[in-house]
Design a protein around this ligand. Sequence first.
Ligand SMILES: [Fe+2]
Length: 248
Amino acid sequence: MLNDIHDRPHSFGELIRHNGDAPYDFVFLNGDMFDYQTDEQQLIDHLIHPCTETFARKKPFLFIRGNHETRGKFARQLKDYFTNPGGQYFSIKTGPVFAVALDTGEDKPDTEPVYAGIVDFDQYRMQQAIWLEKQLQLKEARKARFRVVMMHIPPFYSGDWHGTLHCRKLFSPLFDRYRVDLVIAGHTHKHGIHPPVKGEHSYPIIIGGGPKEGKRTLIKVSADANQLAVKMLGDTGAELGEYKISSR
Ligand SMILES: [Fe+2]
């Protein structure tokens, strides 16, 4: 997983290379690949081309929006360029993992003057909460060895702006109730591995780093029937931390 690249196309190659020859199924782009959407050329130069040069000739990527992808004059065209299985938020079963990707929307309240009254992320997140509960009730979710959620704005450790609090209120109780094993996020530009905290969140939250040199991360997630393992690498390739979860 890569997150918060923020219009720095060189980062794709500089981070992915730390995977070396280790096998993997896909790269997950967890939002804020851009600062804001300008035009098609930006999509080509700052995502499609560097990903293709680096890995995407051979491996697929999946991409969900961060708050920054909701901004700019070309933001509403973004969805025409990338196809996820199911749309802008989606679920996939991959090996022993049932994974859900949420589109967490903007970080500020919909009524902020900066949005000029043209966004409704509260309703959008509420729709996703209804959808999420149905997803987690699916047999393939319940029977999966591991349930993983990928989302840009984490429900904790991300300040107290509206986006974080709304994600916490809507999604976190569902993560608890349906025994989500792991949440992977970005947004804060500060990497962190946060184990479960009693009374707060029953699942670990892993947050990738920021866009600047020295802050960037590559998060590697692997799973077999017995164990889900997460390894976080910094942009020098040094291991910043790891987390292991045994199958219940
Ligand atoms: Fe960001």
